[in-house]
Design a protein around this ligand. Structure first.
Ligand code: ZN
Length: 592
């Protein structure tokens, strides 16, 4: 007994010592991001829908996600939980949802237009409470605009961070210091990519253009938008080189790494100064021109001399750059020509826009290809070996640009052809593909066969599709929030242009995914809805109005979202384009 007891005591001490050693070692290890590939949806919550709510006249859908082996409920009940004088409820059927999502029931309560605060139950399950009200979406806009304000760089932002990066930055190529202070941090870090942060400008100016003084129901007025735009544009204008062309980023990371992603001592010439990437990519040039031409229009009344100088900067960049060839860059160049025409009414820019529109239209795949007859009208990448175009951020940009062109130059000979190209994209590609999902979301894109060793869903013939980015194609992949929101922009604009309410319904489906109508029941905007994933925002923490990269897919194209505290940037990081496309889409929807 005694020997045995001694032995156990010794074992305990040894174990304790080993445990203490492990703890010490663990303290010195960096926290690694948790594996996200297995962060697939759990069985809860069962009932998901738009947590922002619904407009009274909108199509209203609820999804019931069945657990394995569950006897499906036949109906759902909706109750007004806002303490109405007379209790209000209704019951509707739940039916099997068609498409790719298994074990999914769908309920419709579109006929309910009565404003109120509701909750749905089915069996023992209940959903997040939600509103039906006329300002259900509109009331989220000030929060989105507040996100840009919180991301200001080169100045202290009360309650967010003290003055930062007053020493930005030195050229990577020559080491020369150039004042590029100002602008906005992009994303969950402190870098200032031109492409990503200029998107903030497009979001802000779309709200100003479509909603004007009344954009904020609290009455803050247009000045708030113009002030924020002018702040960001200080930096964009400083990034224009003497040759008229525009640099790619500040602090993007010298070797594609995170080396510049840090706070600095704000003193010029010390070791922690960050670098300017003096590359001049085609996309950045075209975005810069489009943005300056939009700034010129937005400030024409408020500050004519500022408007004039911004337009001049845009024209200088336009004249210093060639027409690009890739589908994405050509789309931006077309938008630039359209906005230059709107700002100047110069027939030369109209002619250039028409020419670019014809070039972009030529990249659309109008025939059935790949031995299938299910879809056509999507865009190809162009080049010697074209494949179907998709982009994690700008996927709906080609038809958006074509629709803008048709609206800007309605009497041009080819205007009907440009409009038809948009109809073809929506009617014969985007809408039929979205019908494959119970949630009504447009899959990310089409593929020729299986280009990488992972799941590609068969469409027909040689074409396959995925809802989410391939994970084995390149070193990075991320959630598809902007892909969906850019389609919301397109569908909202097309609903107006073609007077087709069904496009508007489909636009809302894309946005509803972002605010809770998804297999995780997660709202991807901080400060709205419920079940937010903790954002990857390593320097300032959560920012109200920030929208994360969102739901990605694993190798099996099964949705994944890091809902734990895993510091996963691929699904959890704020990216400015997500906020910008959200603003742009809502501006179009609310203007109609
Ligand atoms: Zn900063």
């Amino acid at each position: 007994m005694l020997a045995s007891a001694t032995m156990r005591r010794r074992s305990f001490l040894l174990t304790a010592a080993a445990g203490a050693g492990s703890a010490a070692a663990a303290q010195n290890k960096p926290i690694r991001p948790a594996a996200v590939e297995n962060a697939t949806p759990g069985e809860s919550p069962a009932i998901v829908l738009s947590q922002v709510g619904f407009l009274p006249d909108a199509k209203k859908r609820v999804i019931y996600r069945m657990a394995s082996g569950e006897v499906p409920p036949e109906s759902f009940t909706l109750r007004d939980i806002g303490a109405p004088v007379k209790p209000f409820s209704l019951t509707r059927p739940l039916v099997q949802a068609p498409g790719d999502v298994p074990n999914c029931l769908m309920g419709d309560f579109s006929g309910l237009t009565r404003e109120g605060f509701y909750q749905i139950t089915a069996g023992d399950e209940r959903c997040a409470p939600f509103f039906i009200r006329a300002d259900a979406w509109r009331r989220t806009l000030p929060k989105a605009i507040g996100y840009h304000h919180a991301q200001r760089c080169g100045v202290g932002v009360p309650n967010v961070h003290p003055a930062c990066h007053l020493d930005d930055a030195r050229r990577r190529d020559t080491g020369e210091h150039v004042d590029v202070t100002g602008g906005w941090h992009d994303a969950g870090d402190l870098r200032k990519w031109m492409s990503a942060t200029m998107m903030a400008g497009f979001g802000i100016l779309r709200i100003a253009r479509h909603l004007g003084e009344r954009w904020d129901l609290a009455g803050s007025g247009l000045g708030v938008l113009l002030d924020e735009m002018r702040w960001g544009n200080r930096y964009f204008l400083k990034m224009q080189n003497r040759d008229g062309r525009v640099w790619a980023d500040t602090a993007g990371g010298v070797n594609g790494d995170n080396s510049d992603n840090h706070w600095t001592d704000n003193r010029i010439g010390t070791a922690d100064d960050r670098y300017i990437n003096t590359a001049k990519p085609a996309q950045v040039q075209a975005m810069f021109v489009a943005l300056q031409a939009m700034v010129a229009q937005a400030f024409a009344q408020a500050d004519p001399s500022y408007a004039k100088s911004c337009l001049a900067a845009g024209v200088r960049c336009w004249e210093a750059t060639e027409h690009p060839k890739s589908t994405r860059d050509l789309s931006w160049r077309l938008l630039a020509a359209i906005e230059l025409h709107r700002a100047t009414h110069d027939a030369r820019h109209a002619a250039e826009a028409a020419k670019l529109g014809d070039a972009l239209a030529a990249l659309q795949v109008s025939d059935y290809i790949g031995s299938q007859k299910k879809v056509r009208g999507f865009w190809g990448t162009g080049g010697a070996k074209p494949v179907p175009y998709w982009d994690a951020v700008y996927s709906a940009l080609p038809p958006i640009a074509m629709l803008e062109l048709a609206a800007a130059l309605p009497v041009q000979a080819n205007a009907r052809r440009w409009r038809d190209s948009v109809s073809l994209y929506i009617d014969e590609y985007a809408a039929p593909m979205a019908a494959r999902s119970a949630y009504g979301v447009v899959p990310l894109g089409l593929f020729p066969g299986s280009p990488t060793p992972e799941t590609y869903r068969p469409l027909e013939g040689e074409l396959t599709y995925r809802y989410f980015m391939p994970t084995r194609q390149r070193s990075w992949w991320l959630g598809i929030t902007s892909h969906l929101e850019s389609h919301a922009v397109l569908l909202a604009a097309a609903a107006h242009a073609f007077n087709k309410p069904a496009y508007r319904d489909l636009a809302f489906r894309q946005l509803e995914w972002v605010v809770g109508n998804n297999p995780f029941g997660a709202c991807l905007m901080t400060g709205e809805g419920w079940r937010n994933s903790y954002p990857y925002s390593r320097f300032v923490g959560p920012i109200a109005g920030g929208i994360v990269n969102g739901i990605a897919g694993n190798a099996q194209d099964v949705p994944i979202l890091q809902m734990e505290y895993g510091n996963d940037w691929r699904t959890g990081e704020y990216w400015t384009p997500h906020v910008a496309f959200y603003e742009w889409a809502l501006a179009q929807l609310e203007a109609a």
